[in-house]
Design a protein around this ligand. Sequence first.
Ligand code: UTP
Length: 286
Amino acid sequence: MIKKAVIPAAGYGTRFLPITKAIPKEMLPIIDRPTIEFIVNEAKESGIEDILIIVSSNKNAIVDYFDYNIELETILKSKGKEELYQKVHKIAEGVNIFFVRQKEQLGLGHAVLQAEAFVGNEPFAVLLGDDLYVGKEKPALRELMDVYEDKKRSVLGTMEVTLENTSKYGICDPINTEGNVMLLKGVVEKPNPKDAPSRHAIGGRYILSPAIFNSLKTQEKGVGGEIQLTDAILNLMKKEDVYAASLQAKRYDVGSKIDYIEAIIDFALKDETLRPDIIKLLKQKG
Ligand code: UTP
Protein backbone atom coordinates (compact mmCIF):
# COMPACT_ATOMS: atom_id res chain seq x y z
CA MET A 1 0.00 0.00 0.00
CA ILE A 2 1.43 3.42 -0.93
CA LYS A 3 0.75 5.87 1.91
CA LYS A 4 3.43 8.54 1.39
CA ALA A 5 3.79 11.13 -1.35
CA VAL A 6 6.40 13.74 -2.19
CA ILE A 7 5.63 16.99 -4.02
CA PRO A 8 8.79 18.75 -5.26
CA ALA A 9 8.01 22.48 -5.38
CA ALA A 10 11.41 24.09 -4.91
CA GLY A 11 12.22 25.05 -8.53
CA TYR A 12 12.75 28.61 -9.75
CA GLY A 13 9.79 28.65 -12.15
CA THR A 14 11.73 30.68 -14.71
CA ARG A 15 9.06 30.25 -17.41
CA PHE A 16 6.76 32.36 -15.25
CA LEU A 17 9.18 35.16 -14.32
CA PRO A 18 8.78 37.89 -13.16
CA ILE A 19 5.75 36.79 -11.06
CA THR A 20 7.69 33.80 -9.68
CA LYS A 21 10.22 36.23 -8.23
CA ALA A 22 7.75 36.73 -5.37
CA ILE A 23 5.01 34.10 -5.81
CA PRO A 24 5.84 30.41 -6.11
CA LYS A 25 4.68 28.90 -9.40
CA GLU A 26 2.78 26.25 -7.41
CA MET A 27 0.77 29.06 -5.75
CA LEU A 28 -0.48 30.54 -9.03
CA PRO A 29 -4.28 30.39 -8.75
CA ILE A 30 -6.67 28.36 -10.80
CA ILE A 31 -9.40 30.95 -10.12
CA ASP A 32 -9.41 31.00 -6.29
CA ARG A 33 -7.26 28.05 -5.24
CA PRO A 34 -3.54 27.46 -5.88
CA THR A 35 -2.43 24.69 -8.21
CA ILE A 36 -0.69 22.83 -5.40
CA GLU A 37 -3.95 22.41 -3.49
CA PHE A 38 -5.41 20.41 -6.38
CA ILE A 39 -2.29 18.23 -6.36
CA VAL A 40 -2.54 17.67 -2.58
CA ASN A 41 -6.22 16.75 -3.05
CA GLU A 42 -5.36 14.32 -5.84
CA ALA A 43 -2.93 12.56 -3.50
CA LYS A 44 -5.45 12.51 -0.65
CA GLU A 45 -8.26 11.19 -2.86
CA SER A 46 -5.90 8.46 -4.11
CA GLY A 47 -5.40 7.18 -0.53
CA ILE A 48 -2.19 9.00 0.46
CA GLU A 49 -1.96 9.81 4.19
CA ASP A 50 1.35 11.72 4.51
CA ILE A 51 2.64 14.31 2.06
CA LEU A 52 6.10 15.90 2.05
CA ILE A 53 6.33 19.16 0.09
CA ILE A 54 9.87 20.10 -0.95
CA VAL A 55 10.20 23.89 -0.77
CA SER A 56 12.97 26.49 -0.98
CA SER A 57 13.67 29.65 0.97
CA ASN A 58 11.31 31.88 -1.07
CA LYS A 59 8.37 29.46 -0.97
CA ASN A 60 6.98 30.32 2.46
CA ALA A 61 3.61 31.15 0.88
CA ILE A 62 3.11 27.40 0.36
CA VAL A 63 3.78 26.66 4.04
CA ASP A 64 1.42 29.46 5.12
CA TYR A 65 -1.34 28.31 2.78
CA PHE A 66 -1.56 24.87 4.39
CA ASP A 67 -1.46 26.29 7.95
CA TYR A 68 -4.40 27.73 9.89
CA ASN A 69 -4.66 31.53 9.84
CA ILE A 70 -6.16 32.03 13.29
CA GLU A 71 -6.58 35.81 12.95
CA LEU A 72 -8.46 35.57 9.66
CA GLU A 73 -10.56 32.64 10.87
CA THR A 74 -11.52 34.50 14.09
CA ILE A 75 -12.59 37.55 12.07
CA LEU A 76 -14.65 35.45 9.64
CA LYS A 77 -16.38 33.68 12.56
CA SER A 78 -17.09 36.92 14.45
CA LYS A 79 -18.64 38.42 11.30
CA GLY A 80 -20.89 35.37 10.87
CA LYS A 81 -19.17 34.38 7.59
CA GLU A 82 -19.46 30.67 8.37
CA GLU A 83 -19.28 29.48 4.76
CA LEU A 84 -16.07 31.40 4.07
CA TYR A 85 -14.64 30.24 7.40
CA GLN A 86 -15.26 26.60 6.46
CA LYS A 87 -13.67 27.15 3.03
CA VAL A 88 -10.51 28.55 4.61
CA HIS A 89 -10.35 26.19 7.60
CA LYS A 90 -10.84 22.96 5.68
CA ILE A 91 -7.95 23.32 3.23
CA ALA A 92 -6.19 19.94 2.95
CA GLU A 93 -8.21 18.48 5.82
CA GLY A 94 -7.66 14.76 6.40
CA VAL A 95 -4.05 14.51 5.23
CA ASN A 96 -0.76 15.19 7.05
CA ILE A 97 1.50 17.73 5.36
CA PHE A 98 5.21 18.04 6.10
CA PHE A 99 7.81 20.37 4.61
CA VAL A 100 11.53 20.23 3.98
CA ARG A 101 13.76 22.79 2.29
CA GLN A 102 15.96 21.94 -0.65
CA LYS A 103 18.79 24.32 0.20
CA GLU A 104 20.16 24.55 -3.34
CA GLN A 105 18.19 24.02 -6.54
CA LEU A 106 20.31 21.23 -7.96
CA GLY A 107 17.51 19.60 -9.96
CA LEU A 108 14.43 17.42 -9.60
CA GLY A 109 16.46 14.33 -8.66
CA HIS A 110 18.16 16.27 -5.88
CA ALA A 111 14.76 17.55 -4.70
CA VAL A 112 13.44 13.97 -4.42
CA LEU A 113 16.59 12.95 -2.51
CA GLN A 114 15.56 15.40 0.26
CA ALA A 115 12.64 13.03 0.97
CA GLU A 116 14.79 10.05 1.99
CA ALA A 117 14.30 10.34 5.77
CA PHE A 118 10.55 10.94 5.35
CA VAL A 119 10.06 7.99 3.00
CA GLY A 120 12.23 5.40 4.76
CA ASN A 121 12.26 1.98 3.16
CA GLU A 122 8.92 1.86 1.40
CA PRO A 123 7.68 2.67 -2.09
CA PHE A 124 6.28 6.18 -2.44
CA ALA A 125 4.58 8.53 -4.87
CA VAL A 126 6.00 11.67 -6.49
CA LEU A 127 3.66 14.33 -7.88
CA LEU A 128 5.30 17.32 -9.59
CA GLY A 129 4.08 20.62 -8.21
CA ASP A 130 3.34 22.09 -11.63
CA ASP A 131 1.53 19.18 -13.31
CA LEU A 132 -2.18 19.38 -12.72
CA TYR A 133 -4.33 16.34 -13.58
CA VAL A 134 -8.09 16.08 -13.76
CA GLY A 135 -9.16 12.47 -13.47
CA LYS A 136 -11.96 11.01 -15.57
CA GLU A 137 -13.07 8.10 -13.35
CA LYS A 138 -10.37 8.32 -10.69
CA PRO A 139 -7.48 10.60 -9.76
CA ALA A 140 -4.33 10.23 -11.90
CA LEU A 141 -2.25 9.01 -8.97
CA ARG A 142 -4.87 6.34 -8.13
CA GLU A 143 -4.49 5.02 -11.71
CA LEU A 144 -0.75 4.56 -11.04
CA MET A 145 -1.31 3.08 -7.59
CA ASP A 146 -3.63 0.45 -9.10
CA VAL A 147 -0.84 -0.60 -11.49
CA TYR A 148 1.64 -0.65 -8.59
CA GLU A 149 -0.65 -2.94 -6.57
CA ASP A 150 -0.61 -5.41 -9.47
CA LYS A 151 3.11 -5.22 -10.39
CA LYS A 152 4.71 -4.24 -7.03
CA ARG A 153 7.38 -2.31 -8.96
CA SER A 154 8.09 1.35 -9.82
CA VAL A 155 5.58 2.84 -12.28
CA LEU A 156 5.88 6.09 -14.27
CA GLY A 157 2.75 7.91 -15.41
CA THR A 158 2.77 8.79 -19.12
CA MET A 159 0.75 10.65 -21.71
CA GLU A 160 0.86 10.37 -25.47
CA VAL A 161 2.45 13.33 -27.30
CA THR A 162 2.89 14.15 -30.99
CA LEU A 163 6.13 13.04 -32.62
CA GLU A 164 7.40 16.67 -32.83
CA ASN A 165 6.75 17.13 -29.10
CA THR A 166 8.81 14.08 -28.08
CA SER A 167 11.83 16.42 -27.95
CA LYS A 168 10.33 18.21 -24.92
CA TYR A 169 9.95 15.19 -22.60
CA GLY A 170 11.50 12.04 -21.17
CA ILE A 171 10.28 9.37 -23.62
CA CYS A 172 9.67 5.73 -22.68
CA ASP A 173 11.38 2.87 -24.46
CA PRO A 174 9.10 -0.14 -23.86
CA ILE A 175 10.04 -3.83 -24.09
CA ASN A 176 6.44 -4.95 -24.16
CA THR A 177 2.98 -3.47 -23.69
CA GLU A 178 -0.04 -5.02 -22.02
CA GLY A 179 -3.11 -2.76 -22.30
CA ASN A 180 -1.99 0.62 -20.99
CA VAL A 181 0.97 -0.82 -19.03
CA MET A 182 4.50 -1.06 -20.45
CA LEU A 183 7.61 -2.77 -19.10
CA LEU A 184 10.50 -0.43 -19.86
CA LYS A 185 14.02 -1.02 -21.08
CA GLY A 186 14.87 2.68 -21.02
CA VAL A 187 13.83 6.30 -21.00
CA VAL A 188 15.34 8.78 -23.44
CA GLU A 189 15.50 12.39 -22.24
CA LYS A 190 14.28 14.91 -24.87
CA PRO A 191 15.14 12.83 -27.99
CA ASN A 192 15.35 14.15 -31.51
CA PRO A 193 11.86 13.13 -32.86
CA LYS A 194 13.42 10.80 -35.43
CA ASP A 195 15.13 8.88 -32.60
CA ALA A 196 12.13 8.81 -30.22
CA PRO A 197 11.54 5.18 -29.12
CA SER A 198 7.78 5.86 -28.62
CA ARG A 199 5.35 8.72 -28.13
CA HIS A 200 4.82 7.94 -24.43
CA ALA A 201 6.10 10.92 -22.44
CA ILE A 202 6.65 10.95 -18.67
CA GLY A 203 4.21 13.44 -17.20
CA GLY A 204 4.91 14.30 -13.58
CA ARG A 205 3.51 11.30 -11.69
CA TYR A 206 5.66 8.46 -10.36
CA ILE A 207 5.53 5.53 -7.95
CA LEU A 208 9.12 4.80 -6.99
CA SER A 209 10.87 2.04 -5.11
CA PRO A 210 13.03 3.30 -2.18
CA ALA A 211 16.06 1.92 -4.08
CA ILE A 212 15.85 5.17 -6.09
CA PHE A 213 17.63 6.95 -3.22
CA ASN A 214 20.82 4.93 -3.73
CA SER A 215 20.70 5.75 -7.43
CA LEU A 216 20.16 9.45 -6.66
CA LYS A 217 23.04 9.58 -4.20
CA THR A 218 25.54 8.35 -6.78
CA GLN A 219 23.96 10.24 -9.68
CA GLU A 220 26.28 12.58 -11.58
CA LYS A 221 24.90 15.91 -12.78
CA GLY A 222 23.18 15.55 -16.16
CA VAL A 223 21.36 17.89 -18.57
CA GLY A 224 21.55 21.56 -17.44
CA GLY A 225 24.07 20.67 -14.73
CA GLU A 226 21.18 19.26 -12.65
CA ILE A 227 20.74 15.95 -10.85
CA GLN A 228 18.05 14.43 -13.05
CA LEU A 229 15.40 12.05 -11.73
CA THR A 230 15.21 10.40 -15.16
CA ASP A 231 18.93 9.46 -14.99
CA ALA A 232 18.42 7.86 -11.57
CA ILE A 233 15.39 5.92 -12.87
CA LEU A 234 17.55 4.61 -15.74
CA ASN A 235 20.05 3.43 -13.18
CA LEU A 236 17.25 1.82 -11.13
CA MET A 237 16.18 -0.14 -14.23
CA LYS A 238 19.51 -2.01 -14.14
CA LYS A 239 18.48 -3.49 -10.77
CA GLU A 240 14.68 -3.67 -10.82
CA ASP A 241 11.83 -3.76 -13.33
CA VAL A 242 10.29 -0.36 -13.99
CA TYR A 243 6.88 -0.01 -15.64
CA ALA A 244 5.05 2.88 -17.26
CA ALA A 245 1.29 3.33 -17.48
CA SER A 246 -0.50 5.73 -19.78
CA LEU A 247 -2.90 7.81 -17.75
CA GLN A 248 -6.53 8.50 -18.64
CA ALA A 249 -6.62 11.74 -16.64
CA LYS A 250 -6.20 15.05 -18.49
CA ARG A 251 -2.90 16.84 -17.80
CA TYR A 252 -2.20 20.55 -17.67
CA ASP A 253 1.45 21.63 -17.43
CA VAL A 254 0.68 24.74 -15.43
CA GLY A 255 4.36 25.73 -15.63
CA SER A 256 3.59 26.60 -19.30
CA LYS A 257 1.45 29.67 -19.98
CA ILE A 258 -0.94 28.15 -22.49
CA ASP A 259 -1.75 25.10 -20.33
CA TYR A 260 -2.20 27.38 -17.32
CA ILE A 261 -4.73 29.52 -19.19
CA GLU A 262 -6.53 26.39 -20.50
CA ALA A 263 -6.77 25.03 -16.94
CA ILE A 264 -8.40 28.26 -15.74
CA ILE A 265 -10.92 28.22 -18.61
CA ASP A 266 -11.77 24.52 -18.09
CA PHE A 267 -12.19 24.95 -14.32
CA ALA A 268 -14.40 28.02 -14.88
CA LEU A 269 -16.54 26.04 -17.36
CA LYS A 270 -17.00 23.35 -14.69
CA ASP A 271 -18.13 25.88 -12.09
CA GLU A 272 -21.92 26.30 -12.39
CA THR A 273 -21.79 29.85 -11.03
CA LEU A 274 -19.25 30.93 -13.68
CA ARG A 275 -20.11 28.74 -16.67
CA PRO A 276 -22.84 30.88 -18.34
CA ASP A 277 -20.77 34.07 -18.12
CA ILE A 278 -17.59 32.37 -19.31
CA ILE A 279 -19.38 30.93 -22.36
CA LYS A 280 -20.78 34.39 -23.13
CA LEU A 281 -17.34 35.95 -22.71
CA LEU A 282 -15.60 33.39 -24.92
CA LYS A 283 -18.25 33.85 -27.64
CA GLN A 284 -17.77 37.63 -27.55
CA LYS A 285 -14.04 37.19 -27.99
CA GLY A 286 -14.75 35.06 -31.07
P1 UTP B 1 10.68 22.23 -13.67
O1 UTP B 1 11.96 22.27 -14.38
O2 UTP B 1 9.41 22.12 -14.43
O3 UTP B 1 10.48 23.49 -12.72
O4 UTP B 1 10.75 21.12 -12.52
P2 UTP B 1 11.23 24.83 -12.55
O5 UTP B 1 12.70 24.67 -12.66
O6 UTP B 1 10.69 25.41 -11.30
O7 UTP B 1 10.57 25.68 -13.71
P3 UTP B 1 11.12 26.36 -15.05
O8 UTP B 1 11.31 25.22 -16.01
O9 UTP B 1 12.35 27.09 -14.65
O10 UTP B 1 10.00 27.28 -15.45
C1 UTP B 1 9.73 20.20 -12.24
C2 UTP B 1 9.38 20.22 -10.76
O11 UTP B 1 10.52 19.97 -9.96
C3 UTP B 1 10.68 20.98 -8.98
C4 UTP B 1 9.91 22.18 -9.51
O12 UTP B 1 9.44 23.00 -8.45
C5 UTP B 1 8.78 21.54 -10.30
O13 UTP B 1 7.67 21.24 -9.48
N1 UTP B 1 12.12 21.23 -8.77
C6 UTP B 1 12.95 21.43 -9.83
C7 UTP B 1 12.60 21.24 -7.47
O14 UTP B 1 11.85 21.04 -6.50
N2 UTP B 1 13.94 21.48 -7.29
C8 UTP B 1 14.80 21.70 -8.32
O15 UTP B 1 16.03 21.90 -8.06
C9 UTP B 1 14.28 21.67 -9.63
